[in-house]
Design a protein around this ligand. Structure first.
Ligand code: SF4
Length: 248
C-alpha cells in the first residue's frame, strides 16, 4: 500500500507486472539483521545475550557469504567485510536499546492476513510482546536512519496497520507500536487510540479502493518525487527513459 501511495506506476511494475527488483545493500542488511534478531528470540530468555547474537550472526554469514545474494550486493572481499561489520554494529546497538533477557516475547515474524470491507490486508509483525497487565506490544525494527520530524508522522501512521492486524488476530488492540531504529539508537512509540485506528481503517480503505479503480481502468500514473533516485524502474519509467531518435 505504501508503494502505491509513493508512486502508482512503480506499484504496477512491482506487483502487477511483477518485474523483479535487484536487492540493494540496505535491503540485504535489513533482512539479515531481522533474521538474527528473529533467531535470537527463538532462544530461551536467559540465552538472548550479545555473545549468542554474534554466534547466530557468524553461523548465518558462514552459510551466506559466498551466495549469489551476497555477490549481487557487494563487489569484492573488502566490501563483504564492510557489510558484515555494518550488520554486527546494527545487532550490537540493539542491546543498547533493549534487554532481550527481560522481554516476554509472544511471537516473531508474525504473518497476519485480515479483511477490511472486502479487501484482504496482510502484514508481517517483526515481534509481538506481552507487556504489563497482559497487554500486547508490537515491535518493528528499522535498520535505516530515523525519519526527520516531518516524516515521523507518516511512518507512525503506516505502522498502525500492524495494530489493526493484531486486533483482528487476537481481538485486542495493542497498548503500543514501537519502532526501534538500530542505526540511530532511537525508538519511537505510538499509542493506538480509537480515533487513530478509525483514521487508519479509513486510509486503508481509500487506498484499496484507489488500487481497485486503477486496475479497472489500467491507470497507474507516475508520481515523481525525491524517491525516484532510489527507484529500480527508472530506466523503463516514461518520465526518465529518453525516446530513441531515428537515424541516431
Ligand atoms: S522513477 Fe519515479 S515516477 Fe518513475 S516509476 Fe519510479 S518512482 Fe515512479
Amino acid at each position: 500500500m505504501e508503494r502505491y501511495t509513493t508512486c502508482p506506476l512503480s506499484f504496477r511494475y512491482a506487483y502487477i507486472d511483477k518485474i523483479p527488483e535487484p536487492t540493494t545493500l540496505s535491503q540485504f542488511k535489513g533482512t539479515f539483521t531481522h533474521k538474527i534478531l528473529e533467531l535470537l528470540y527463538q532462544d530461551k530468555p536467559f540465552l538472548r545475550t550479545k555473545e549468542q547474537s554474534m554466534h547466530i550472526l557468524n553461523s548465518l554469514w558462514e552459510a551466506e557469504k559466498d551466495s549469489e545474494n551476497v555477490n549481487e550486493v557487494v563487489e569484492n572481499l573488502t566490501n563483504k567485510d564492510d557489510l558484515i561489520s555494518d550488520i554486527r554494529k546494527l545487532v550490537l546497538s540493539y542491546f543498547d536499546m533493549e534487554d532481550p533477557v527481560s522481554v516476554d516475547c509472544k511471537a516473531t515474524e508474525l504473518d497476519i492476513t485480515t479483511e477490511i470491507s472486502g479487501h484482504k490486508i496482510r502484514g508481517i509483525i517483526d515481534r509481538l510482546d506481552v507487556a504489563e497487565g497482559d497487554q500486547l506490544s508490537i515491535i518493528d525494527y528499522k535498520t535505516g536512519q530515523a525519519p526527520s520530524e516531518s516524516f515521523e508522522k507518516s511512518k507512525l501512521n503506516a505502522v498502525l496497520v500492524y495494530a489493526l492486524l493484531c486486533e483482528a488476530e487476537f481481538g485486542q488492540l495493542p497498548m503500543e507500536v514501537k519502532l526501534i531504529y538500530l542505526k540511530s539508537r532511537i525508538s519511537i512509540t505510538k499509542i493506538p487510540s480509537e480515533q487513530s485506528m478509525r483514521a487508519v481503517r479509513a486510509r486503508i480503505l481509500a487506498i484499496a479502493n484507489a488500487i481497485e479503480r486503477a486496475c479497472e481502468y489500467d491507470d497507474f500514473r507516475p508520481k515523481p518525487s525525491r524517491l525516484c533516485s532510489y527507484c529500480s524502474y527508472q530506466s523503463i519509467c516514461p518520465l526518465f527513459s529518453k525516446p530513441q531518435v531515428e537515424g541516431n
